[in-house]
Design a protein around this ligand. Structure first.
Ligand SMILES: C=C(O[C@@H]1C=C(C(=O)O)C=C[C@H]1O)C(=O)O
Length: 89
């Protein structure tokens, strides 16, 4: 295993993750605009549970499942933090 080469590959994957997270956050902006208009709360527990269940099902290698589900919990926590800040504007 070549450390520099493997880290270059990680950098490439990180670049893709960042692009996808930015795309996700743009959609979250649409959700918060809708919630603002319709007076809906930021937190939707049932939706978050569905996202987490789907995430667990989609992970191919079970040894990664807990880490990836935890990552999605963080993604949604930060998505909610962003929405709370947007609501204050
Ligand atoms: C984006 C939403 O707001 C919150 C954040 C979610 C997310 O980032 O996926 C899911 C549910 C909500 O708690 C939503 O309601 O869809």
């Amino acid at each position: 295993m070549n450390l520099d080469e493997t880290r270059k590959q990680i950098d490439g994957v990180d670049k893709q993750i960042i692009e996808l997270l930015e795309e996700r956050m743009k959609l979250v902006q649409e959700v918060i605009a809708y919630k603002k208009e319709n007076n809906l709360p930021v937190l939707d527990n049932s939706r978050e549970n569905i996202v987490l269940e789907k995430t667990r099902e989609r992970v191919e290698n079970p040894i990664f499942a807990d880490s990836i589900v935890a990552t999605f919990q963080d993604i949604m926590k930060n998505s909610r933090n962003f929405q709370e800040i947007e609501l204050e504007q």
